[in-house]
Design a protein around this ligand. Structure first.
Ligand code: ADP
Ligand code: MG
Length: 704
């Protein structure tokens, strides 16, 4: 068990213990250096190399005191996971000993070999040079891996030719774009104090925990993070007794150590609970600037996996580890806040008269409707295909839930102008209980994009996704619509008339994207089709929409991604899809041929021997014969399905064109894999448990 179990007493003492945060900087940096760095953080001046040198030295001393021997530039290449290259602080001296050194130059820039990271054709293998650049807006921190302690420096990553090769760069650029346009709008609407607008993110993270001993016997979980085989457990989630259920001791201890580890990293882990599926849980931190929240989420996913191992669990972050029970998502709570603390999505008590709020709300409504396909594509992945539009929440159709109060205001705007706001009221439950103030609106759990009080909750991202993609898309599309609005207001004679005109137009033109009903029903799918809303239920089709001209123009205009960078990203995402399903197909074949078929043959043999023995003894066994023929029939079907999968998988390779390859994977390989699984799962329900080579769904979901 983790040694941190006894460290719960002084949470305020351990919070941020391993972060070179503002408090540490104030203590350790000379005043002028600290102030110069704050100016850089506030976007007022570029980083002075002399300041960087002093900072680097202070970071090194702090890190060494905490046991660090190395530093590393920590970045987020297009693999979706983080990368780190460690360098020690040692520097040889003339007398054959060493001193510990760390310069401003080393802090600011690293030169990892870029050729082994996905570049989507931006770089040939021999064109190896790449750079990492310190992102001084996200604090450096110390991380301990085993006995190794390292100073981590959050970085962006680009090629020698300055193209972004990572997830952080477009996110930072999109924050700039949003800030610029949002401040324009604020000025036009009379705000003279706010200098910056910052997108905020609180990412709720769902995950599964499975006892490690079962994972050791499941190659599929080990290699693909999901079960490629498995008949349903007789009990699933139908009792609805897992969601918010009391925590099992082992889970509670795990969560305790997880929280301690996250708090030390300055990550404000806040909520935790059992989720809907057995063995499924959720964690959410307090929100932060989208860039920092994205770094946090990467660290959270890593920490979940590490602490799970220490507790004898494996943490599964796949979107659909188990067929037939809920999958995992990552709810993306997003808003915009000014540097002087105004949440721009806070409606106040009378939203109908809050013009700034309505302006930003209208921008979101128009942005989400106009760029629905792009937003959809920002969450496309092989794993998420099991959720979106596939018997799982939310559907692949993007719509917005506004709730009663805002929908009513939106309707009033459409009718000519908003004059009133519906109030929430009070709930009186029993005479001895205090009255409860009631929200102005119910919640809607089925909506992919729901207004939740003072933020929007985008529920489509999958549990393993980097939050960079959906957020840089969201920031950029909102920046673009705010730009349109600002241009229009600037060109108009009178701000108020122009504002009302925009509200009315948005209410008229974009009401189709508002849907407050149940998003899981078939009627909604039909209704959405009538409204002309896209419904793209698979990754390949979705990714192929990214390169539409409007999207290329959008990213170019706001300097978030060049056309070259955008095409490279599509290429990488398609490759990732092909490789992910490729590994699943090969693992399916491996397990079917080397584990399942041999075990079933053994069982059939033993059944046949038993039937013969019974016969020799002078009796007959109709049940034995019936079982044997079922088993051998399914076995033949399984073998035929294996042969078919082998054939279509081999054929899918070698088309030379990534688009064709991805289509072949989607249309041929996935259905062939499903056939193998169907036959194997049918066998699992009729083969003697002692012969079955894999831990069952009941084992994995219920044994702790
Ligand atoms: P839910 O009831 O939706 O499961 P949780 O409490 O689990 O809610 O998560 C809500 C998330 O939204 C938290 O991470 C919270 O910090 C975040 N959040 C709250 N306000 C904002 C905001 N203004 N901007 C971004 N995220 C926010
Ligand atoms: Mg939650």
């Amino acid at each position: 068990m983790n040694s941190s179990s006894n460290e719960c007493c002084g949470i305020t003492d351990i919070f941020g213990l391993n972060v070179f945060n503002d408090k540490v900087m104030r203590e350790r940096l000379p005043k002028n250096i600290y102030q110069a760095f704050r100016q850089t953080l506030e976007g007022k001046c570029p980083l002075d190399p002399a300041v960087a040198d002093v900072m680097a030295n202070a970071m090194k001393d702090w890190a060494i005191e905490k046991g660090a021997t190395h530093y590393c530039h920590w970045f987020q290449p297009m693999t979706g996971v983080t990368a780190e290259k460690h360098d020690s602080f040692i520097s040889p001296t003339q007398d054959g000993s060493v001193i510990m050194e760390f310069s401003g130059k080393e802090l600011i820039k690293g030169e990892p070999d870029a050729s082994s990271f996905p570049s989507g054709g931006l770089r040939a293998t021999f064109e190896a040079r790449g750079y990492t650049a310190w992102d001084c807006t996200s604090p450096v921190f110390i991380k301990k891996d085993g006995e190794n302690t390292t100073l981590f420096i959050p970085c962006a990553f680009c090629s020698y030719t300055s193209e972004a090769l990572d997830k952080k760069t477009p996110l930072l650029r999109s924050m700039d774009a949003l800030c610029k346009q949002a401040v324009r709008i604020l000025r036009l609407m009379g705000n003279t104090t706010s200098e910056h607008v910052i997108p905020t993110l609180g990412a709720e993270q769902e995950y599964f925990l499975v006892d490690s001993k079962f994972v050791e016997d499941r190659l599929d979980l080990l290699l693909t993070g999901r079960t490629l085989f498995g008949a349903p457990s007789p009990k699933g989630q139908e009792m609805e007794d897992q969601y918010f259920g009391s925590l099992h001791d082992r889970i509670g201890s795990f969560m305790h150590d997880l929280n301690i580890a996250l708090w030390k990293l300055g990550i404000s882990a806040k909520t935790q609970h059992n989720e809907v599926s057995p063995a499924q849980y959720e964690l959410a931190p307090i929100f932060a600037t989208v860039n920092i929240a994205t770094d946090w989420n990467q660290l959270t996913m890593e920490t979940l996996q590490n602490i799970a191992l220490q507790h004898g669990f494996v943490c599964l972050l796949h979107e659909k580890p188990f067929r037939g029970v809920n999958g995992s998502g990552k709810h993306n709570n997003w808003s915009m806040v000014t540097d002087d603390g105004i949440n721009l999505l806070e409606p106040g008590n009378t939203p109908h008269s809050n013009a700034v709020f309505l302006m930003f709300l209208c921008a979101i409504i128009r942005g989400v409707d106009t760029y629905a396909k792009l937003l959809r594509a920002s969450v496309a992945s092989a794993g998420n295909d099991h959720r979106l539009g596939a018997n799982e929440a939310p559907p692949a159709i993007i719509s917005i839930f506004l709730g009663d109060q805002l929908t009513d205001i939106f309707q009033q705007l459409n009718d000519g102008g908003a004059k009133t706001s519906k109030a929430g009221g009070e709930i009186k439950l029993a005479s001895m209980l205090p009255p409860l103030p009631k929200d102005t609106t119910d919640r809607n759990r089925t909506s992919p994009f729901a207004f939740t009080g003072n933020k929007f909750e985008f529920r489509m991202p999958g549990s393993s996704l980097s939050t960079s993609g959906p957020n840089f898309v969201l920031n950029t599309i909102i920046a673009e619509i705010l730009r349109e609005f600002a241009d229009e207001i600037e060109a108009a004679k009178d701000v108020q008339t122009a504002t009302q005109k925009i509200f009315k137009r948005i209410a008229r033109e974009h009401s189709r994207i508002i849907f407050n009903g149940d998003n899981y029903t078939e009627e909604w799918a039909k209704e959405a089709e009538r409204r002309g809303l896209p419904n793209i239920n698979n990754t390949v089709e979705s990714l192929l929409t990214i390169l539409e001209k409007d999207n290329i123009d959008l990213f170019k205009k706001h300097k978030v991604l060049s056309e070259k960078e955008l095409s490279a990203r599509v290429e990488i995402l398609l490759e990732n899809y092909v490789k992910t399903i490729g590994i699943e197909a090969k693992t399916t074949l491996h397990m079917a041929k080397r584990q399942i078929v041999p075990s079933v043959i053994q069982y059939a043999g033993s059944l046949a021997s038993s039937i013969s023995a019974i016969k020799t003894a002078g009796a007959g066994s109709a049940a034995g014969v019936e079982n044997l023929s079922s088993v051998t029939e399914w076995l033949d079907q399984l073998q035929a399905a294996i042969n078919h999968l082998e054939k279509v998988y081999a054929e899918s390779n070698g088309t030379g064109d990534i688009r064709k390859h991805a289509l072949a994977i989607r249309d041929k390989v996935i259905p062939a894999m499903n056939k193998v699984r169907d036959a194997a799962d049918a066998l699992e329900t009729i083969v003697d448990a002692q012969f079955w080579p894999l831990p069952t769904y009941a084992d994995m979901l219920f044994k702790r």
